[in-house]
Design a protein around this ligand. Structure first.
Ligand code: FES
Length: 217
């Protein structure tokens, strides 16, 4: 089973916008689908700015020290769900084998990830191999896809190697957020700007080259 923690930094605020409501609805359904809620991983913490600052795009600092293989941590940045996923060795080994089935296996669309992420590894699309950071919104119509992380046959793909499935129109992405051919979503999931301050801390919303300017850490 996949564990998941959803951090709601602005919980209880009345001044949420429509995009945020859509996000909360989507994340609620994802948690319900896997049957595991926040209580399953109560030790995962983050230090977030206020809701007003979040909507203005302030960076979000996230402690990933308790994130285990197969888990997804969800935080919010600029009103969007940001997924932080720890991938297993088996998942990492499967990713390059999928290239022929994907639209943009080498991450050539430069709008969908920062250059330093592509340079680190265009197939893994991450700074550190095991940690994937993605904007959790489908590039078709903006739904939040489900994470189906296990390598096993699924009704929507008998050769499934783990990834994300958007049930509304059946778009599929691998565990690097790369979109499959033949689905409605046209491009890979986006990777947000981010950097590490240490092994266990990610700042989402800032490029490494700007890290000294923000004081985000
Ligand atoms: S929004 Fe994802 S397939 Fe339509």
């Amino acid at each position: 089973m996949v564990n998941e923690a959803v951090i709601d930094p602005a919980g209880g605020e009345d001044s949420i916008n429509t995009g945020r409501r859509r996000f909360l609805t989507a994340t609620t359904s994802v948690v319900g689908a896997v049957g595991v809620g926040i209580a399953a991983v109560p030790f995962i913490k983050s230090w977030n700015p206020s809701a007003r600052a979040l909507l203005a795009g302030a960076p979000v600092t996230v402690d990933i020290s308790a994130l285990q293989e197969g888990q997804r941590l969800v935080v919010e940045w600029r009103g969007q769900p940001i997924w932080i996923v720890k991938r297993s060795k088996a998942i990492l080994e499967a990713l390059p084998t999928l290239d022929s089935q994907l639209r943009d296996p080498e991450s050539e669309n430069t709008d969908q990830q920062p250059e330093y992420v592509r340079e680190a590894n265009p197939e893994l699309r991450s700074i550190r191999p095991e940690i994937s950071v993605l904007v959790g919104l489908c590039t078709h119509l903006g739904c939040s896809p489900e994470m189906v992380a296990e390598i096993r046959p699924e009704p929507f793909d008998p050769n499934w190697k783990g990834g994300y499935f958007c049930p509304c129109h059946k778009s599929k992405f691998d565990m690097a957020g790369r979109v499959y051919k033949g689905v409605p979503a046209p491009i890979n999931l986006a990777v947000p700007p981010h950097y590490y301050t240490d092994d266990n801390t990610i700042v989402v919303g800032v490029d490494p080259s700007q890290s000294n300017d923000t004081g985000a850490a």
